[in-house]
Design a protein around this ligand. Structure first.
Ligand code: COA
Length: 159
């Protein structure tokens, strides 16, 4: 159900990112750049991008993550989104659990996720809190005046 992103998924991922209504054009452009680095530079090790397929094989959601540069065992969850008509069915949780398993298997210690304090991200923050992430820091006025960067972390326990 969770597999690496392929070229055929590119448009579906961009469509679902836009479809969430959560991201600006500039943000989508940055995400697109990351998709293209992943798709065209197979030797790069900065990003890994996976999609979760629905019952019909369509792209229900995606997640990008990678080792945080200059750290030992810390991983960043960079982007994730689930198509609006697929939200609330466990796809997002499956993606995050998958990332945690992969990071743990690579001797990962810590997952870091950054998001915005805007009210529209309240459901997203509730999602991360529900998955056991804790708010580690908040940088006021980071994205713009009144819009803080909220940093969530989770320590991985080796099983
Ligand atoms: C945030 C997002 C990825 C969650 O994915 P999802 O597939 O809808 O979430 P799931 O169905 O896997 O939910 C997992 C758990 O989180 C909880 N959850 C999900 N949305 C929630 C919400 N709005 N409020 C409270 N809890 C929520 C669910 O109840 C569920 O808990 P349970 O396992 O106890 O039942 C998705 O809603 C999304 O794409 N949002 C828009 C884009 C976005 O914000 N991306 C992150 C940018 S940093």
């Amino acid at each position: 159900m969770i597999r690496p992103l392929t070229r055929n998924d590119r448009e579906a991922v961009l469509r679902l990112l836009a479809g969430t209504g959560m991201f600006t054009e500039a943000e989508i452009a940055v995400a697109e750049e990351q998709l293209d680095i992943f798709l065209t530079q197979p030797a790069q090790k900065d990003y890994d991008i996976v999609v979760v397929a629905d019952e019909a094989g369509g792209v229900a959601g995606f997640l990008s993550w990678g080792p945080t540069p200059l750290t030992e065992g810390t991983y960043d969850l960079y982007w994730m989104a689930v198509a609006p008509n697929r939200q609330g069915r466990g796809y997002g949780k499956a993606l995050v659990r998958w990332l945690e398993d992969r990071a743990r298997a690579a001797n990962g210690r810590l997952i870091v996720i950054e998001t915005s304090s805007q009210p529209k991200y309240h459901p997203t923050r509730a999602f991360y809190l529900g998955l056991g992430y804790n708010e580690a820091a908040r940088i006021p006025d980071f994205y713009k005046p009144g819009d803080a960067r909220v940093i969530y972390t989770k320590e991985l326990v080796q099983e």
